[in-house]
Design a protein around this ligand. Structure first.
Ligand code: NAD
Length: 283
């Protein structure tokens, strides 16, 4: 019998904690504020931005949305970020990726003040994560760690396998599991014997972006399976794991939707709160 790890329940617990702390800061005259920048018309990005805005409103966080046209120049975007870096009402700045092709993502991310970089994509924050001296964690991997903690799943000494090595999910996921003393293996598109490596995992994290990529034969009996993927198959949302066939082999598994997805936004809210506390000398 497997345990369904419910991202809706766990994210609600995180958000409740953040909401209470935001309210407490308000009594001290401190407002928590997030600026979300979106450039262009990407429909998925629009949905993500709207969900972030709704979450801010529900938790008492001031949210300012900057919806810029596709034709926005690099200088215009950099000017906006410079203004937001200096804006005392704004604690967190998030620039929704992907950006249109004519904008240099690296340059844009690097222009965000690392203390307002609530996505934790700035090289300063990436470096801090590497050495284990961080205040922000990238939202999706942080959400996974929060799920493991909530469910009382011990990482120390476990064989952890992460499929995917992207800068926003796979690599930081590896570091966070390592910080918790997991024995971590990173797999990617050039990995040989992927199924065999996965079968050795006590904790298997899939961040690939391919529906039904993780099949039952890749999963050890009793493994914890975390599905980060968000894909569409025949118009339906699904993850990277063949959920129906893998669930019975696992001891615990996240669904898609309702798994890691809701955690990402909750951790963004937590990072924004952390930024506000840091800006006000409270941590
Ligand atoms: P990405 O495309 O940047 O990275 C995918 C990774 O998968 C790469 O490192 C690649 O090496 C690996 N890969 C591809 N084919 C493989 C193969 N055949 N064997 C082994 N590894 C292979 O994607 P990403 O940004 O890391 O996102 C991964 C998935 O997670 C996507 O579905 C994305 O939508 C989803 N995602 C979800 C959330 C969330 O909030 N739940 C957040 C971010 C990303």
């Amino acid at each position: 019998m497997y345990k369904l790890i419910d991202g809706k329940v766990i994210s609600a617990a995180v958000k409740e904690r953040v909401k209470n702390e935001v309210a407490e800061l308000k009594t001290k005259g401190i407002t928590v504020g997030l600026a979300v920048i979106i450039v262009g018309e990407d429909p998925a990005s629009k949905v993500y931005v709207s969900n972030k805005k709704k979450a801010c409103e529900a938790l008492g966080i001031l949210s300012r949305e900057y919806a810029l046209p596709e034709s926005t120049t690099e200088d215009e975007l950099l000017n906006l970020i410079t203004k937001l870096n200096a804006d005392p009402e704004i604690n967190g700045i998030l620039c929704q990726l992907p950006l249109p092709k004519h904008l240099d993502e690296k340059l844009i991310i690097n222009s965000i003040d690392p203390e307002k970089d609530v996505d934790a994509f700035h090289p300063v924050n990436v470096g801090k994560i590497m050495i284990g001296d961080y205040y922000f964690l990238p939202c999706t991997p942080a959400g996974v760690m929060e799920m493991l903690k909530y469910e009382g799943i011990e990482v120390e000494g476990k064989n952890c396998v992460v499929i995917g090595r992207s800068n926003i999910v796979g690599k930081p996921m590896n570091m966070l599991l390592l910080h918790k003393n997991g024995t971590v293996t990173i797999c990617h598109s050039r990995t040989k014997n992927l199924a065999e490596i996965c079968r050795n995992a006590d904790i298997l994290v899939a961040a690939v972006g391919k529906p039904n990529f993780v099949t039952a034969d890749m999963v050890k009996d009793g493994a914890v399976v975390i599905d980060v993927g968000i894909n569409r198959l025949d118009g339906k949302l699904c993850g990277d794991v063949d959920f129906e066939n893998v669930k019975e082999k696992s001891s615990a598994i996240t669904p898609v939707p309702g798994g890691v997805g809701p955690m990402t936004i909750a951790m963004l809210m937590q990072n924004t709160l952390t930024a506000a506390k840091k800006h006000n000398g409270l941590i």
